[in-house]
Each structure stands twice: as structure tokens, then as C-alpha cells.
Design a binder for this molecule. Structure first.
Ligand SMILES: CC(C)(COP(=O)(O)OP(=O)(O)OC[C@H]1O[C@@H](n2cnc3c(N)ncnc32)[C@H](O)[C@@H]1OP(=O)(O)O)[C@@H](O)C(=O)NCCC(=O)NCCS
Length: 150
């Protein structure tokens, strides 16, 4: 496992974050329908986007979303997006990013962190379970809602 750090987005890193190459078959899991539909209504102050750097290389991207006013529990304190570059997967980058987001959520006073994902081969379900999320339900689009206690 390398030594990773988080940074806020910059003109340089946002391009790299948008260009992270995934493994074949993973693209379809990046943006579950519920997220894609809801995000057009967001206020930027609810977002916590960060790139993960290994040295000077952007190896991952995570976006937290915090909205205490949301009437949907799964949107109050959640992982909106997480992607790790194909050649950096399996080296602890995803775990590092989620642990950092969990710290951020805790510092904002939340006691849980949620995430939605679509079930399927090549999907992230086993990863989220390994990190400590348990299934607490499904959305109307059939995505799994996972939750971790902070
Ligand atoms: C899911 C994803 C973020 C995982 O990132 P990663 O950096 O490869 O994960 P890590 O190396 O931090 O793995 C952390 C743990 O999960 C385990 N793990 C990771 N992927 C796994 C998988 N597919 N199946 C089972 N376990 C897995 C690792 O073995 C590791 O276990 P350990 O810490 O006990 O040794 C990455 O595969 C990815 O970007 N996928 C495509 C995008 C995606 O699906 N995003 C989620 C959208 S909701």
C-alpha cells in the first residue's frame, strides 16, 4: 500500500480525475440512476470532492455529499462518487478515500455514512462490504443502500 493524500480539485487535477481509466465492465457502476437524477438540484456547499494523489499522480476521486435537510436518509451523509484508476486498484486507495470521507462526516456531526450501488458482476458491492458497509435497503430504482456507522 502506498502513501496517499487528498487534495481539493484544481484546474489540473479535475482533468485527471475525469480521465481516470477503469477496468472493462466497471463504467456502468460509476453513477447509479438515483444520483444522476438528484444531482442537478444541488447547492455546491453540500459537496466534498477530493482527488487522491500518489506522489504527483491522481489515482482516484471521491465526492462526499452532506445534506442535513434531505428528506431521504441515504442522501444526508453519503459517498456520491468513488473511482480508482484501473492500475491503482487493489492497493488501498479506495479504503483510504472512504476513511478520509468518514472522518469528514464525523467532524460534521454525522453518525453514519451511506452509499448506493448497483448490484452486478464487476460492481463495488464486495468492496463496500469489506470496508464495513452493511445493506439497509434498496432504492426505488433497485440500487442497494449500504450504511456504515461512524
Ligand atoms: C470499487 C473501487 C472504488 C475499489 O477501490 P480500490 O482502491 O481498488 O479498493 P481497495 O484497494 O482500497 O480495497 C479495500 C478492500 O476491499 C477489498 N476489495 C476491493 N475490491 C474488491 C472486490 N471487487 N471484491 C472483493 N473485495 C474487494 C480489497 O481486497 C481490500 O480488502 P483489505 O483492505 O481487507 O485488504 C474501485 O474498484 C473502482 O473504482 N471501481 C469502479 C467504480 C465503481 O464501481 N465505483 C462505485 C460506484 S457506487
Amino acid at each position: 500500500m502506498g502513501t496517499y493524500r487528498l487534495e481539493e480539485l484544481s484546474a489540473t487535477t479535475i482533468v485527471a480525475a475525469n480521465s481516470l481509466t477503469l477496468k472493462p465492465g466497471q463504467e456502468q457502476f460509476v453513477a447509479p440512476t438515483s444520483y444522476a437524477l438528484a444531482e442537478s438540484y444541488f447547492n455546491p456547499s453540500t459537496e466534498w470532492p477530493r482527488v487522491v494523489l500518489d506522489g504527483d499522480n491522481v489515482v482516484g476521486f471521491i465526492r462526499g455529499h452532506f445534506d442535513p435537510e434531505s428528506d431521504q436518509h441515504e442522501f444526508k451523509s453519503c459517498i456520491w462518487r468513488i473511482v480508482v484508476a484501473a492500475d491503482a486498484q487493489g492497493k488501498g486507495v479506495g479504503r483510504f478515500a472512504i476513511e478520509a470521507l468518514a472522518q469528514e462526516a464525523k467532524s460534521r456531526g454525522y453518525t453514519t455514512l451511506t452509499v448506493l450501488w448497483e448490484a452486478g458482476d464487476n460492481g463495488p458491492g464486495d468492496f463496500f462490504h469489506r470496508i464495513g458497509f452493511t445493506d439497509i435497503g434498496t432504492t426505488r430504482y433497485g440500487e442497494i443502500i449500504g450504511e456504515m456507522t461512524l
